[in-house]
Design a protein around this ligand. Structure first.
Ligand SMILES: Cc1cc2nc3c(=O)[nH]c(=O)nc-3n(C[C@H](O)[C@H](O)[C@H](O)COP(=O)(O)O)c2cc1C
Length: 187
């Protein structure tokens, strides 16, 4: 029987380690972490029986910037998570994302001076909201176009400092109409 010399053993051990590494990749090492996982969890906290009051949630979590999203297939949600990450790393904001359907909107006009809200909103169909933004859209007056004639007391976002981003496709007739409507609710 042939004898194994040191070189053979080294080669065998290397082969064994290589095989082990190959089969454990993604389980014990090179596990991909979702960089947005924590903000995603923040955004879904409402489902776990948490408060629907956004200001309460922000205070509980020590946040000063909320990024609401209205998303159907995840693009706006993903964009909201990226904004949250950038806002935190570049500008030191204490950010959280929020699924629009998990919160109430009555106190949006009570946001204190030191807090800011973002809305990242996708448009569908005939300029309609995503499923998770339907209630928000109705709260904002839905299709009512007479907002410019209303007093600021009647405008849900009149006292809110906010930034609005729209996601749309300019081949549609109602291009980006969700974000246009939300912006009009202030004026
Ligand atoms: C069936 C369908 C209808 C759409 N309707 C509109 C529209 O009326 N206006 C618009 O600006 N964009 C429209 N879009 C484009 C979406 O708003 C855009 O793809 C957006 O990035 C989707 O965001 P989401 O993945 O967060 O849902 C439509 C897309 C689809 C698939």
């Amino acid at each position: 029987m042939a004898q194994l010399d040191t070189l053979d053993i080294v080669v065998l051990v290397a082969l064994l380690l290589g095989t082990l590494a190959y089969f454990t990749k993604g389980t014990y090492w090179a596990v991909q972490k979702d960089p947005y996982a924590s903000s995603f969890a923040n955004g879904h906290a409402g489902k776990a029986g948490k408060s629907r009051n956004i200001l309460e949630r922000m205070d509980e979590q020590g946040k000063n910037c909320v990024i609401f999203y209205g998303s159907q297939t995840g693009t706006a949600e993903d964009y909201a998570s990226r904004l949250a990450k950038e806002g935190s790393s570049r500008f030191g904001l204490k950010t959280m994302t929020a699924d629009l359907e998990e919160y109430d909107y009555e106190n949006l006009d009570q946001f204190p001076e030191d807090k800011v809200a973002f809305f990242v909103l996708a448009t569908y169909g005939e300029g309609e909201p995503t499923d998770n933004a339907v209630e928000f859209y109705e709260f904002m007056g839905g299709e009512d176009v007479s907002f410019s004639e209303k007093s600021s007391d009647e405008k849900p976002l009149a006292n809110l400092k906010y930034v609005a981003f729209g996601l749309g496709n300019n081949t549609y007739e109602h291009y980006n109409s969700m974000v246009r409507n939300v912006t009009n609710r202030r004026r």
